[in-house]
Design a protein around this ligand. Structure first.
Ligand code: 13P
Ligand code: SF4
Length: 314
């Protein structure tokens, strides 16, 4: 009985995938998917990647519609970079509690206290915050972005763990914001230590949104885009992947010759997009992301400054 149910679920999944692919063609849509999404979303993707790669793709595409399988700040970034296009987010509840921790009022207050400091905002922020920032960054380029600025002092928001990671790798004075990603911040160092004792030959790859004590155990720290690169090049066969749970699935697809163990939490926002919602989004044109023009103009400056630094580096 369980087998029959599983088979019929898979048949339904195939039907939804075919329907989504057909609708994509009809609407001349490009589907951008973050690494943390459900694995079935990878099957309808034109591009799967990290926040930096997704921003680059959103700026480059010639499609009429960008459908974002990720969270709201990512879809907003796509709209900021391609304002003439229709940008769709299948589920409006796909927010980000880290992004919500940076408010306009608090940033205004901190800017008054440190008027000489540059404002560097992680892409995990609202469009309004980006519009108030000098430059954006992602987990893949945060250190380079901070070091690229002429200012000696940097207001870094909203993730204090990523901010501390940057602080330890720059001569600049980094003023931290009291924000965190609960998915990464609640991963426990003692439990990771137990895991490592059970698999002593496995290398630990951790996301910089994790706490400092946990990062101290890592063999390699990087954003989701750097994880496959490291696993491919490193001589080890086994890896413990410390981030959101979806990443392990993606690494198993990208680097099938290596073994990946998960030490992770699930992000409910990332997992709130599914195939039926994607189909509904393409049929009904929901939920369309729209932003005020002045926000687009100012936020675009901050994102384009980031892309200039990162693309120059590549
Ligand atoms: P990256 O893919 O840029 O590492 O970001 C991780 C993340 O938390 C996205 O929400
Ligand atoms: Fe936000 Fe954390 Fe989820 Fe990324 S993993 S979307 S930072 S809550």
């Amino acid at each position: 009985m369980a087998d029959l149910i599983a088979q019929s679920i898979l048949r339904d999944e195939d039907k939804l995938i075919n329907l989504a692919l057909e609708l994509k063609k009809q609407r001349n849509a490009v589907v951008l998917v973050h690494n943390y999404q459900r694995p079935e979303m990878f099957k309808i993707a034109d591009y799967i990647g990290d926040s930096l790669g997704l921003s680059i793709k959103a700026a480059e595409t010639s499609a009429d519609v960008i459908l974002f399988c990720g969270v709201k700040f990512m879809a907003e970034t796509a709209k900021i970079l391609s304002p003439e296009k229709t940008v769709l987010l299948p589920n409006l509840d796909a927010g980000c509690s880290l992004a919500d921790m940076a408010t306009v009022e608090k940033l205004e207050e901190i800017r008054k206290i440190h008027p000489d400091a540059a404002v560097v905002s992680y892409v995990n922020t609202s469009a309004e915050i980006k519009a108030m920032s000098d430059i954006c960054c992602t987990s893949a380029n945060a250190v380079e972005i901070v070091n690229s600025l002429p200012n000696k002092r940097i207001i870094f928001l909203p993730d204090k763990n990523l901010g501390r990671y940057v602080q330890q790798r720059t001569d600049k004075e980094v003023i931290l914001w009291d924000g965190y990603c609960f998915v990464h911040d609640k991963l426990n160092v003692d439990m990771l230590m137990d895991y490592k004792n059970r698999y002593p030959d496995a290398k630990i790859i951790a996301h910089p949104e994790c706490r400092e004590d946990l990062l101290n155990l890592a063999d390699h720290i990087c954003g989701t885009g750097g994880m496959a690169k490291f696993a491919k090049l490193d001589g080890s066969k086994n890896f413990i992947v410390v981030t959101e749970c979806g990443m392990t699935e993606k690494l198993r697809q990208d680097v099938p010759e290596k073994n990946f163990l998960s030490f992770c939490n699930i992000c409910p926002y990332m997992k709130s997009t599914n195939l039926p919602l994607v189909v509904r989004s393409l049929v009904r044109n929901v939920h369309e992301i729209n932003l005020p023009e002045d926000i687009i103009i100012n936020a675009r400056k901050a994102i384009e400054r980031m892309l200039k630094v990162s693309i120059k580096k590549d």
